[in-house]
Ligand binder design. Structure first.
Ligand SMILES: NC(=O)c1ccc[n+]([C@@H]2O[C@H](COP(=O)([O-])OP(=O)(O)OC[C@H]3O[C@@H](n4cnc5c(N)ncnc54)[C@H](OP(=O)(O)O)[C@@H]3O)[C@@H](O)[C@H]2O)c1
Length: 254
């Protein structure tokens, strides 16, 4: 039987490319997002065996229901890719959108990691990739404050769980993908534009999948961003936040 991968955020961008990559490696894919037409289109491209599950992962009940619908399909890889950002001054951005962001970017990742990890540990195999961001490695991002904080949660939580697994001698692998700008629908949804060159979703996904299967915990898929994230650890926190804010402020109208 083919190995099965569950990919959330598979209707677009990085998630869609990761699904294509895993399919090419022989995985049967289960694709999850809200836009059914997009999932159906990708399922048709990938072949008959592909399954789609339409879920709004900002709702806890959809996260639990997703798990219930696929838990018996021997998932070997879970990609937690669904997520979005929002640009603007914190005092002006919509509270409702931010609460949905926290639910999608943090709570859904937390619930799905917890549920699938227990099954993976029982089998002593499996891979979980949580899509964080290089934003999560930067100590805070003015004008995208909630987004940066959600991604810091994902990066920190994933590193800690990965360490626990390593200390238990587990063969289950958990990692966080921390890209810089990637050319997807992210900007359109967040209401901003990148100030620096973005890599393609394919380049990001290829590096991500390679990093995951080679056992990396934090995957930063571009040399420049790798340099920035390592270099940023040497900069005092207040200064780093101010520098990040300068870059962020150029991404749109404030
Ligand atoms: N693009 C970048 O520069 C960049 C950089 C670092 C990290 N990331 C992260 O990468 C991940 C993928 O983003 P992307 O760049 O590929 O953007 P994208 O093209 O906008 O894709 C976002 C995906 O998340 C899904 N999604 C959003 N809200 C959802 C919800 N409530 N329930 C279920 N699915 C939901 C979307 O599907 P539906 O709309 O069909 O539900 C879509 O498939 C995100 O976590 C993002 O934060 C992106």
């Amino acid at each position: 039987m083919a190995k099965t991968a569950l990919i959330t955020g598979a209707s677009s961008g990085i998630g869609r490319e990761i699904a294509r990559n895993l399919y090419a490696k022989g995985f049967r894919c289960i694709l999850c997002a809200r836009r059914e037409d997009r999932l159906a289109e990708l399922a048709q491209e990938l072949g008959e065996n592909t399954r789609i599950v339409v879920s709004d992962l900002s709702k806890k009940e959809d996260c639990f229901s997703l798990y219930e619908q696929v838990k018996d399909e021997k998932i070997g890889v879970l990609i937690n890719g669904a997520g979005f950002g929002l640009f603007g001054k914190f005092c002006e951005t919509e509270l409702e959108t931010e609460l949905k962001m926290i639910d999608t970017n943090i709570t859904a990742v937390h619930i799905l990691t917890k549920l699938f990890l227990k099954d993976f540990i029982a089998r002593d195999s499996g891979y979980i990739m949580n899509i964080a961001s290089s934003a999560g490695l930067m100590s805070g991002g003015p004008y995208m404050s909630t987004y940066y904080a959600t991604k810091a949660y994902v990066a920190d939580f994933t590193s800690a769980v990965a360490r626990e697994l390593a200390e238990q001698g587990s063969r289950v692998h958990v990692c966080a993908l921390c890209p810089g700008p990637v050319d997807t629908e992210f900007n359109e949804v967040a209401g901003c534009s990148f100030g620096v060159r973005a890599i393609s979703a394919k380049e990001c996904s290829d590096t991500a999948v390679k990093g995951m299967f080679s056992g990396k915990t934090i995957i930063v898929p571009s040399a420049t961003l790798k340099f920035v994230s390592v270099g940023s650890r040497l900069i005092p926190r207040n200064l780093l936040v101010a520098m990040t804010g300068k870059v962020q402020s150029k991404k749109g109208e404030l």
